[in-house]
Write a protein that binds this ligand. Structure first.
Ligand code: AMP
Length: 398
């Protein structure tokens, strides 16, 4: 394991200038259901506490800088999750990593901790983290920030939506870590704000999702501009044929780590609710009237449905909001914050919210409209039953 110089401790005399759907077409005679409804019914597996999962290392064993270790402790992480247990030693040793792991497994800290440690040992390290959605990029930044308090490690966001000027100014100050979405990263590269040649480490998070969203050429163009000597960390929930060429070209003799057991959906009790199209809305209102539905994420297939449902819930006296891609970035952030901080009890969303959304205490996911495919279903229900919590997922079926 590499030696720790830990030169990045925050010097209080240094300048802190950087501060841091489709609508499911199930009308009679049109199209077919693509998902067997029996897949929506499943008992939650015996509840496994994250701290009870067998791991080899403790955080101390990673030889992290003491200040970083103290921040990990302050965050309340008692022991590494499986992906952290397996990935951190290799990342510290500069190996490329191919990680098969979904959100909910602790994969953000699995790359964040060794990256921060690298920066503490060498202030010249420059890292880019590429994520599919703005929300995920923001969450990753929050996780980084929670580990870098009082350390001389700076990050900046490069995400679509508002604040272009602000982002440019922050990135021009030379943060160690840039976290962003492909389109904005490319844009900032073209404006000479991001210098890809100066990057030592590239993290690609949820690559399968990025491919689904049509970012393949963007990712290639970014990675192609980075030095061949870089370290590459590549994370995906699934590995399929489309990813293989990317794995071959981006990664250099990677360590492969597959975490399947910590699948968040194993903590989710899943069932269907039989209801006709015409009675669906009322059924949702009835369920929301039950006290056990403490914090609920409802998936609708279109922006229109999301708007309509959230409005009717509010009219009925529920604290509900709607989230979809048609909303402004600052609105989306506010809505997410309200939900996270319990000002909103019910979030109605399109699949924009189905990945990355890390709210640990969602009690129920309701698929008001069925997802387009099973993979999307798994991502949706993974928003409940997060680390150390049991969750419930109900799917409305005609
Ligand atoms: P992620 O898979 O990175 O989205 O993490 C999922 C959740 O697990 C987040 O809420 C993290 O704060 C939490 N988490 C990550 N690592 C640990 C750990 N070692 N112990 C407890 N919770 C953790």
């Amino acid at each position: 394991m590499s030696r720790n110089n830990c030169r990045g401790r925050f010097n209080r005399y240094s300048k802190q200038g950087q501060g841091q759907g489709r609508y499911n077409n199930k009308r009679r005679g049109f199209g077919k259901k693509s998902i067997d409804t029996s897949l929506y019914i499943k008992k939650a597996e015996e509840f496994v506490n994250i701290e009870d999962i067998e791991t080899v290392n403790s955080f101390r064993d990673f030889n992290l800088c003491p200040e970083l270790l103290a921040n990990v402790k302050a965050k309340g992480y008692l022991k590494p999750t499986q992906i952290q247990d397996q990935a951190i030693p290799h990342i510290i040793n500069n190996r490329d990593v191919l990680g098969l792991a979904d959100t909910g497994t602790g994969k953000t800290a699995a790359f964040a901790l060794p990256i921060i440690n690298k920066i503490l040992n060498n202030q010249n390290e420059r890292i880019i983290v590429i994520a599919p959605t703005r929300e995920l990029a923001q969450q990753i930044e929050q996780e980084f920030n929670s580990f870098t308090s009082r350390l001389r490690v700076f990050s900046a966001l490069a995400i679509g939506g508002a604040y272009l000027r602000e982002q440019i100014n922050k990135i021009r100050r030379g943060p160690h870590i840039i976290i962003g979405t492909p389109g904005r990263i490319i844009d900032l590269g073209k404006r000479n704000v991001i210098n890809f040649r100066g990057l030592n480490t590239v993290v690609l998070d949820e690559v399968d999702r990025m491919l689904d969203m049509g970012f393949i050429n963007d990712i290639k163009s970014i990675v192609d501009q980075t030095p061949n000597t870089r370290q590459t960390l590549f994370f995906s929930a699934t590995i399929d044929r489309r990813l293989e060429p990317l794995i071959d070209t981006f990664l250099n003799n990677p360590v492969k780590i597959s975490i399947k057991t910590a699948n968040a959906s194993s903590h989710v009790e899943q069932d269907i609710v039989r209801v006709t199209r015409y009675a669906k809305e009322q059924k949702l209102h009835d369920l929301m009237g039950l006290a056990s539905f403490k914090k609920v994420l409802v998936f609708g297939s279109t922006r229109r449905i999301v708007e309509k449902l959230s409005r009717s819930l509010v009219q009925d006296g529920f604290r509900a909001q709607g989230l979809h891609g048609g909303k402004q970035q600052n609105q989306r952030q506010r809505i997410m914050r309200d939900f996270r901080e319990n000002r909103t009890r019910i979030l109605v969303a399109t699949d924009v919210a189905s990945r990355g959304l890390d709210v640990t205490d969602i009690t129920h996911v309701i698929n008001y409209d069925e997802p387009n495919n099973y993979e999307e279903y798994i991502h949706r229900i993974g928003r409940t039953g997060r680390v150390n919590n049991k969750g419930y997922a109900l799917t409305f079926v005609e």
